[in-house]
Design a protein around this ligand. Structure first.
Ligand SMILES: Nc1nc2c(ncn2[C@@H]2O[C@H](COP(=O)(O)OP(=O)(O)O)[C@@H](O)[C@H]2O)c(=O)[nH]1
Ligand SMILES: [Mg+2]
Length: 302
């Protein structure tokens, strides 16, 4: 799905070390230069960009804080934030249309932590953070929202960020070198590590463990936290992925697609987790867990 800028097989791309403090990374195998907007171009020596896809369904209170955290992350890297409103009814959509509307804008955070979203995008802002919003007419589910975001992404690397503050974008500082040093094609976060993680529902924990073990058995691929939000990957992979799930089955579908390629360099990295309770807005439930088991088999054998 999606189209690829500077189409190249993931393994053919060679990224030297993220050596410069500006965060500019040269692509040694990108001979054909294709100008792109927002300071990004496909020529050698260009600025490498991270696309952050934020699916948002009724996240009015946490979305602005999530965006501010994204802006503050990886300060030397050009980022585009794509918020996909999934038919929210709690004011999220109104906030997005009032603050961002239909344009691509610049997002910044003041020293006091306040988020500011301003006018147009200056091509000279090579390491700025841009933001745009896409609006679903009605609620379709996380998978559908994420796919809409993928279609709009123009960065070299893509990551998914839930809008509910359960995950901390400052963790990406440890993801990034795996791409800039050309070590990984896909990096999954894992909440089963020594990083701080809120202790919550045992039934969720055991269901996720079960699903992850089943996945490893069925796909012969180690991954400890299948339901994790953080999946960072090269955008050039999108055309080879078949993604159709609208609901939380997306997490299984994405991982199954990645594992089935057999050739990709898959890494996992411990992340912090600031989980929320149902009273605080958590939405995934046991039905999503049951569906996940069905999806495990469906994507393996269908
Ligand atoms: N639950 C739910 N989340 C959606 C939907 N569409 C987009 N999302 C977003 O997908 C992300 C993950 O959902 P969330 O409820 O946080 O999942 P949970 O934290 O695992 O319960 C959040 O950013 C949601 O706002 C949807 O239809 N249902
Ligand atoms: Mg969540």
């Amino acid at each position: 799905m999606g189209e690829s800028c500077c189409a190249a097989s993931p393994s053919a791309r060679r990224w030297p070390l993220l050596g410069s403090e500006s965060g500019k990374v040269s692509l040694s195998t990108a001979p054909n230069s294709t100008p792109a907007k927002n300071g990004s171009s496909c020529s050698g020596g260009r600025t490498v960009k991270l696309s952050v896809v934020v699916p948002a369904y009724n996240e009015r209170s946490s979305l602005p804080k999530t965006i501010a955290k994204i802006v503050r992350s990886l300060p030397a890297v050009a980022k585009e934030i794509i918020v996909v409103d999934d038919g929210s009814t709690d004011g999220t959509r109104n906030w997005l249309s009032d603050t961002i509307g239909e344009e691509t804008r610049l997002a910044a955070v003041a020293t006091d932590g306040a988020l500011s979203i301003s006018g147009g995008v200056n091509d000279a802002d090579t390491i700025a953070t841009t933001i745009k919003a896409i609006y679903h007419d009605h609620n379709q589910g996380k998978g559908a929202a994420v796919r809409t975001g993928f279609r709009a992404a123009t960065g070299d690397i893509v990551v998914i960020q839930d809008a509910d503050l359960e995950y901390d974008p400052s963790d990406w500082a440890r993801f990034w070198p795996l791409f800039s040093e050309d070590i990984a094609d896909v990096v999954f976060g894992s909440r089963f590590s020594s990083a701080p993680h809120r202790c919550l529902y045992y039934h969720h924990y055991i269901a996720n463990k079960f699903i992850s073990v089943m996945f490893s058995v069925l796909y012969n691929q180690t991954l400890s936290d299948l339901e994790v939000c953080y999946k960072m990957f090269r955008r050039s992979l999108l055309p080879i992925l078949t993604l159709r799930c609208n609901d939380f089955g997306f997490e299984i579908e994405f991982s199954a697609n990645i594992a089935r390629q057999k050739t990709l360099r898959i890494y996992e990295l411990g992340i912090s987790y600031y989980g929320r309770t149902y009273a605080e807005g958590k939405k995934i439930n046991w039905k999503d867990g049951a569906r996940a088991i069905w999806y495990l088999f469906r994507f393996r054998f269908a």
